[in-house]
Design a protein around this ligand. Structure first.
Ligand code: MN
Length: 240
């Protein structure tokens, strides 16, 4: 059997070098591609292009999708007004990734969301976010770690009745690079892990369709040296 092709949902940054100042550049952290390859898949990159027919064709090239980390998501998408601690958003990226996710859900593609990607799949399925963790709890842990994301930051507790538990067990140390978090979980998902301050750290879908799951931390920064963590990518690929 040929290896499953995993499309990495595109993101963009604005170039600052004078010769291309202000232009959008497609990018992703190469760790995502390396982890997909190490776990037995073929990574391909799907550039941001806001044209639904092209998004359909992009999806048709894939067996599964990975939604990566990135900037904040515009709260207008989940019908909330922006609050003062909202970070920078980009409507072009949001629109592209939400359309890709909704199409992937409706046509039954396995999906993994990482950090912003978990928040995005929750929103695409009808959930909401806290625009900053300080709106969720008065006593948060550090969730935007100051050191390298290849280091661990805080523990999570993993629910028994979850696929994640079969990958990581009941407790695990994870890294953390987020200032937003899930508020209302989509009715299509259940919570599968939390940090000790009650922040939702993982979700997975409850329907019998293809696996859709998300983690709030960055397994791509840990999995090259941690076989248990690599299971997150393996499970995505095994479900393709
Ligand atoms: Mn965290």
């Amino acid at each position: 059997m040929s290896k499953p092709i995993i499309g990495i949902a595109g993101s963009m940054y604005v170039e600052e070098k004078p010769s291309f100042a202000g232009d959008y550049y497609d990018y992703n952290n190469n760790h995502y591609s390396q982890c997909i390859a190490k776990a037995g898949g073929i990574p391909i990159y799907l550039p941001v292009i806001n044209h639904i027919d092209i998004i359909k064709e992009q999806l048709s090239l894939c067996d599964g999708l990975l939604f990566p980390g990135g900037a904040d998501i515009n709260p207008l998408i989940y019908n909330e007004l922006p609050r003062p601690l909202l970070g920078r958003c980009n409507d072009l990226i949001d629109s592209y990734q939400i359309n890709l996710a909704k199409l992937a859900f409706s046509t039954n593609y396995p999906c993994l969301g990482i950090c912003r990607g978990m928040q995005l799949i929750n929103i695409a399925a009808g959930g909401t976010l806290y625009q900053d963790i300080s709106y969720a709890t008065k006593t948060p842990l550090l969730h935007m770690q100051n050191g390298y994301l290849g280091d661990k930051c805080h523990p999570i507790t993993i629910n028994n009745d979850s696929l994640l538990n079969s990958m990581l067990g009941n407790k695990y140390l994870v890294n953390s690079g987020h200032h937003q978090c899930v508020n209302t979980v989509s009715s299509d998902f259940k919570i599968t892990a939390k940090s000790p301050d009650g922040i939702i750290e993982a979700i997975e879908n409850t329907s019998s369709s293809k696996l859709i799951f998300g983690v709030q931390w960055h397994p791509e920064m840990l999995s090259l040296n941690d076989d248990k963590m690599l299971n997150i990518f393996k499970v995505l690929i095994d479900n393709c």
